[in-house]
Design a protein. Structure first.
Length: 130
């Protein structure tokens, strides 16, 4: 009986470790298995690693000119992945352009930290003038 409990615990540990390290294990899974519906993600986001890929995805505008970074030989890899993913999701869901999506994300970040869109703190106890 102890053998079966040990075997079940071993497989449970194996499953938990596989889940925890799934991002590192994903490249070793064959593409035909990853494309199965049960393994498909709910969104179709693919990471954009370079400025050129981000420009072609529409993440540049006149007021936020990534092309200038490319022309000037910026050594950075690209924009922040989490922010890029969030802006692209806002663009998709809200059906807005890049600048509007950046503004929506910025206002959400301000609201999460207790600041209204004008820049004033929303805390009643905050001293805003003398």
């Amino acid at each position: 009986m102890f053998f079966y409990y040990s075997l079940a615990a071993f497989f449970a540990l194996l499953v938990m470790l596989s889940f925890h390290y799934r991002s590192r294990l994903a490249p070793f899974v064959p593409e035909r298995v990853r494309s199965l519906p049960m393994f498909a993600r709910s969104h179709t986001y693919t990471p954009l690693a370079t400025f050129n890929e981000q420009i072609s995805a529409g993440l540049s505008s006149q007021s936020f000119d990534i092309e200038a970074n490319v022309r000037d030989g910026d050594a950075r890899a690209g924009l922040d992945e989490a922010g890029t993913r969030e802006v692209m999701e806002i663009m998709r869901v809200e059906r807005v352009n890049f600048d509007q999506a950046r503004l929506i994300r910025h206002n959400r970040m301000l609201a999460a930290h207790g600041i209204d869109p004008s820049g004033m703190p929303m805390d009643r106890k905050a001293v805003t003038h003398l």
